[in-house]
Design a protein around this ligand. Structure first.
Ligand SMILES: Nc1ncnc2c1ncn2[C@@H]1O[C@H](COP(=O)(O)OP(=O)(O)OP(=O)(O)O)[C@@H](O)[C@H]1O
Length: 576
């Protein structure tokens, strides 16, 4: 899987080279440890044998110690580098990929998953493959070298050393397999408990208002107890199989010690070789003793890798082989049919045109499909039938970045970033000068407000524009659209939640923006679009009427119904 991971995320020759070097230097560092022990044993042999000259051993000891320090330092640096390389590659690939997905990819669940992958899984893969992976491989490499060396010294002792190894590994594998179910149940209990806690903290004001806290407290306690019980069960099972596993290793060591001592007394084994075995068999056992940890790391890498792969392999907006450019900006929907994967909504055979230099309004009851139309224009979703053209070019034949560059969107829920007002407007055009940013703000009727703030354009905004009113956010977003200067503008219910004063300012800003562009407005307040060049009325995914305000009023259809309902609601508000 590591190989698949490395090639899938395109870690490249550099990353693989770093990993190879990490394995090699870690193994050499460990072998130096073994070398030091051998030299010390040799010195002891010399001393007990009464031979005097130890100088070459001192030199050997000094040399190996220097090399060990060198290898350990290099291995630590290189393992970090390899980890960083993997983390950086995964994060970059995901971020590049995110831009290419259709909106269908971004369900709420997916947003959570993407965040987990970027924040946890990428670091997990970097840490485990870069650090632990190279250590694990080098540990087994060293065990193989030491094991071979020990077998060559004395095969009988070698056999005694590994005699219980297969049984120990069998117990470990069985134990891990049996524990998987308990682990799964425990994780599910943990997830339930965490989501209950999150729900609780988010809903505290509401729970207080409805005096529901004691009920929730009982549910929280019950879920904490359930998690505690399943944790204990899992811990017991782990303790049981690990206890047996390590007992077999100790038994193996005892067999080796006893048999070795028996052969030493019977003059069938030298004391020196006996000592070598007793010291180095621990080094040989080391990777096996850490096997459970390695297994857990492997499982964790596997999960992380599967989540990364799910994102990297998800379908993206297809690029045309030979992209075409729109020569003008009339937009045409030609018998477009679409339905979401979930739910019953269906857009049926929608055909209409939005002429360049005009303002078209989409109206209709909630859920009739207005926003869906804009999502299709932006290729956030792909229609199942029909086609959408901009300037006689099917939008699927246009370069996707080019398509998005031609459209400015101002939405009801403005997205602002935790940065200064200046940077938030500049997002509309990264190359704009300060003067251009200010000019855009002036046209969007927000300049005076910005200048009234102590730090003016350099005022920092909280996350998602905390500190601004809905209307101010809208006008910032209109300023962005001015700066982008795209020939097509989509305005999605932007005056729904603003006060009348702000609404007037926004209307003025919109009429500035609309000049000479193809403008599509989605509106609930019909008064705000009564001067539109064309009004398209949707109901349950179908176009039921189309025309100018006065024509639609004469039709006495759904538009008239909606209009009258709004006027009546206004009268009630005034009377109330
Ligand atoms: N991602 C989605 N998955 C499934 N169904 C969806 C999705 N997005 C929207 N819908 C459904 O499609 C229908 C049309 O939604 P759309 O947002 O286009 O309506 P709308 O006319 O803009 O409504 P509103 O005026 O309330 O904003 C609704 O029934 C909605 O529930």
């Amino acid at each position: 899987m590591t190989k698949e991971l490395l090639s899938n995320i395109g870690i490249g020759a550099k990353g693989k080279g770093l990993l190879g070097m990490a394995i090699l230097t870690t193994a050499l560092g460990t072998l130096c440890n073994a070398g030091i022990m051998i030299v010390i044993l040799k010195m002891m042999e010399q001393i007990t044998g009464g031979r005097g000259d130890l100088s070459r051993y001192w030199w050997a000891l000094a040399g190996i110690t220097v090399f060990r320090m060198l290898f350990n330092s290099i291995s630590s640096i290189v393992r970090h580098f390899a980890g960083f390389e993997i983390v950086a590659k995964i994060k970059t690939q995901i971020i590049l990929r995110l831009k290419q997905f259709t909106l269908g990819f971004y369900s709420n669940e997916r947003m959570g998953e993407i965040s987990t992958v970027i924040h946890n899984d990428a670091d997990n893969l970097g840490g485990i493959v870069g650090h632990l992976g190279s250590r694990m491989i080098s540990d087994f490499l060293v065990a193989f070298i030491i094991g071979t060396g020990l077998f060559l010294i004395d095969w009988r002792m070698g056999l005694a050393m590994v005699s219980l190894l297969p049984a120990a590994i069998w117990i470990l594998v069985r134990g891990i397999q049996n524990n998987l179910q308990l682990k799964k149940a425990n994780q599910a209990n943990l997830a339930d408990m965490v989501s209950l806690f999150v729900e609780y903290t988010k809903g505290i004001p509401l729970l207080k208002a409805f005096t529901e806290i004691p009920v929730f407290k009982d549910r929280l306690e019950a879920s904490a107890v359930k998690f505690g019980e399943s944790s204990k069960k899992e811990a017991k099972s782990v303790a049981s199989y690990l206890g047996k596993y390590f007992f077999l290793f100790e038994l193996c060591y005892a067999i080796l010690a006893t048999l070795g001592a028996y052969w030493v007394f019977g003059n069938n084994l030298s004391l020196f070789d006996y000592l070598i075995f007793m010291i180095f068999c621990r080094e040989f056992y080391r990777p096996f003793a850490a096997l459970e940890g390695h297994w857990l790391s492997y499982m964790s890498v596997k999960d992380s890798y599967q989540r990364v792969a799910r994102i990297l392999d998800a379908p993206v907006v297809e690029k045309p082989a030979a992209p075409q450019e729109a020569k003008h900006f009339d937009i045409a929907f030609d018998r477009v049919g679409f339905s979401y994967e979930a739910g019953e909504f269906e857009l049926k055979n929608a055909s209409f045109t939005l002429e360049q230099g005009t303002l078209t309004a989409l109206v209709g009851p909630s859920g009739s499909g207005k926003t869906t139309i804009t999502n299709l224009m932006l290729r956030f979703w792909e229609p199942q039938s029909g086609r959408i053209q901009i300037g006689d070019v099917d939008i699927r034949r246009m370069d996707y970045d080019e398509l998005l560059a031609n459209i400015s969107i101002v939405m009801q829920n403005v997205i602002l970033f935790a940065d200064t007002i200046y940077e938030n407007i500049k997002m509309g055009n990264k190359n704009a000068t300060r003067a251009q940013v200010m000019e855009a703000a002036r046209k969007a009727m927000i300049h005076d407000f910005i200048m009234s703030l102590p730090d003016g354009y350099d005022t920092p905004l909280g996350e998602n524009g905390v500190g601004l009113s809905g209307g101010q956010k809208q006008r910032l977003s209109i300023a962005r659209a001015f700066l982008k200067n795209a020939p097509i503008v989509i305005l999605d219910e932007i005056t729904s939640n603003v006060d009348p004063l702000n609404e007037v300012k926004i209307q003025k800003a919109i009429s500035n923006l609309a000049a000479d562009r193809t403008v599509l407005v989605i509106a609930h307040h019909l008064r705000t679009i009564q001067n539109a060049d064309k009004i398209i009325v949707f109901n349950r995914g179908e176009i039921v009427e189309m025309g100018k305000h006065h024509q639609l009023m004469q039709n006495n259809g759904l538009y008239r119904e909606l209009w009258d309902a709004q006027e009546r609601a206004k009268e009630w508000r005034i009377c109330g």
